[in-house]
Design a protein around this ligand. Structure first.
Ligand code: FES
Length: 312
């Protein structure tokens, strides 16, 4: 405590001019001044972290700038880290960095020393109100800044992962938009087709493969899904989404060039080699009044790689 003497020195023998208040600096005063000085550096670090986190949120909200966001994030995280280190260095009780392994149980002195250290640490932590508030402020500001990137996740996929533009009566067309007739693929040949009006739709790209008569062994319930021995499968690999484009007519297999998954075209495009575990979904085919190929429904299952709630 600082004692402000009400009375003035009258003797002049203490070195205090007559008429000036007598100020006595106690040990508590000195400790408090040292403590306040010690708080400054960690508080500055936490403050810098708060400003950087708020700046990060503003930069992101204004459209984002990768370099600036990286620098601000580094300052926000680094400020908290450096502030904590400085805080610990200046205020936490020092303990031994290593100690020889002794007997398993602690001595009474050890236990008392631990309790004393713990109590000192708790008091120190509790007394650092400013630093505690600054630390929580820095963490909270960083949390707020971290909320903004959630916006980057984009819209919910909805049914997009589980359905394609195909439906009963939708015509199949080539990449040029021309309708496909059942005899367009030669025997052993392959054509890439799309639903009419959706040429280029990656999820709906379809392989039309014309097999030899009697080659196909249709899956149960799919006996009428082919026309003129033309069978249709999704072109999107069920492993990681590459286009499956290599058809080996002699073996009746489709090969994905990315990781060599191989699908048995004659048996529902089930995978027979490689990392893919799901068959390529099959598209049911029919013809319209003009003799063009049409879909009679959507694919037999979700196209492309599996995801969290896939159930086929
Ligand atoms: S994407 Fe086809 S095997 Fe990996």
């Amino acid at each position: 405590m600082t004692d402000h003497a009400d009375e003035t020195s009258e003797t002049g023998g203490q070195g205090v001019p007559a008429g000036e208040p007598l100020v006595v600096e106690t040990d508590d005063d000195r400790r408090r001044v040292e403590r306040d000085r010690g708080q400054l550096a960690p508080a500055v670090c936490f403050g810098a972290s708060i400003l950087a986190a708020l700046g990060l949120a503003v930069v992101y909200a204004e459209g984002g700038q990768n370099q600036a966001e990286g620098v601000l994030l580094a300052i926000a995280l680094g400020g908290i880290g450096i502030g904590l280190v400085l805080w610990a260095q200046r205020f936490m009780p020092e303990g031994p960095d290593s100690e020889p392994r002794g007997r398993i149980g602690s001595t009474r002195e050890d236990q008392e020393a631990f309790v004393a250290d713990f109590a000192t640490g708790s008091r120190t932590f509790g007394r650092r109100h400013l630093l505690t508030k600054m630390l929580f402020g820095a963490v909270a500001a960083l949390g707020v800044a971290a909320l903004f990137p959630i916006r980057s996740l984009g819209p919910r996929p909805g049914r997009g992962l589980k359905s394609t533009p195909y439906a009963d009566g939708v015509r199949l067309v080539t990449e040029d938009g021309e309708p496909v007739r059942p005899d367009d693929p030669g025997v052993g040949g392959v054509i890439t087709a799309f639903p009419e009006g959706h040429v280029g739709d990656e999820t709906a790209q379809t392989l039309l493969i014309r097999l030899q008569p009697g080659e196909l062994e249709p899956e149960p319930g799919r006996e009428d899904w082919t026309v003129n021995n033309v069978v249709a499968y999704s072109k999107v690999c069920t492993h990681a989404g590459c286009p499956v484009g290599l058809f080996e007519a002699q073996r009746g297999e489709l090969l994905c060039p990315c990781h060599q998954s191989t699908f048995d075209v004659l048996h529902g495009a089930t995978p027979v080699f490689g990392p893919a575990t799901r068959p390529l979904p099959q598209l049911p085919l029919g013809t319209d009044d003009d003799g063009n190929l049409i879909a009679t429904g959507d694919f037999s299952g979700p196209v492309g790689p599996g995801f969290w709630d896939i159930n086929t």
